[in-house]
Design a protein around this ligand. Sequence first.
Ligand code: NAD
Length: 256
Amino acid sequence: MHTNKTALITGSTSGIGLGMAKALAAQGANIVMNGFGDKDGPMAEVAALGVKVGFHGADMSKPDEIEAMVRYAEANFGGVDILVNNAGIQHVARIENFPTERWDAVIAINLSSAFHASRMVLPGMRARNWGRIINIASVHGLVGSAEKSAYVAAKHGIVGLTKVCALENATSGVTCNAICPGWVLTPLVQKQVDAKALALGVSNDEAKRLLLAEKEPSLQFTTPEELGALAVFLCSPAADNVRGVAWNMDGGWAAQ
Ligand code: NAD
């Protein structure tokens, strides 16, 4: 479906971003990956789907590196047709104990990076009159949780950015939407499971069960594959008029 299109997915060496990369590659899109840690394994997994795969190691907290990543995609892939703003980090602490450096990092990586990447790809999308920007927000873009001030602020912010981006491009072929996952068992959440197991002196499985029971009525983790399938839908012609939504896939979390 997306042969000759290119998707740039930030933070795609792991978790949800890697799921997005594989789902869009399975539709024929060429993929530009980004993120920290091992890149060869994730790139091989995506390349195995038979598409062209590139990588840029931009630090998403640095606007000049984000610009270099977009220029890399333009020079080597002819432009960015699909942008998935996915890179994100978490830090858990009460406001009065929240390290200001962590606040700045969460806002930069989870929110400002999406603004920078979007502003850099939009002119090309507008010129081609087709584009998809998908912001990976969170159920925390819709509701709050204690001890996650920076994350909840950033995710509410990215839901707002999504709406404005959708409105500014509403009469064009460029759409912008947000996906709001509940718990997904990626390294980002495994750290929170480990912290709970340690704090409560329970097994890892019991910590997972408790984490789900606190918030997610389905008692099931959402998977990167399910989120990838939603991204594929948002990139399809059927979603041409889906604009500015924040679509949760959260096991009923925000329905409560
Ligand atoms: P993850 O830790 O598995 O992956 C995060 C990715 O971002 C990795 O590839 C990492 O290398 C990259 N990254 C981190 N800092 C970066 C930086 N400064 N520059 C470039 N890349 C950077 O996490 P995940 O759970 O897959 O999270 C992906 C997104 O989904 C995040 O925005 C997160 O907030 C969101 N999300 C996750 C969950 C969940 O339950 N896991 C729920 C809702 C939303």
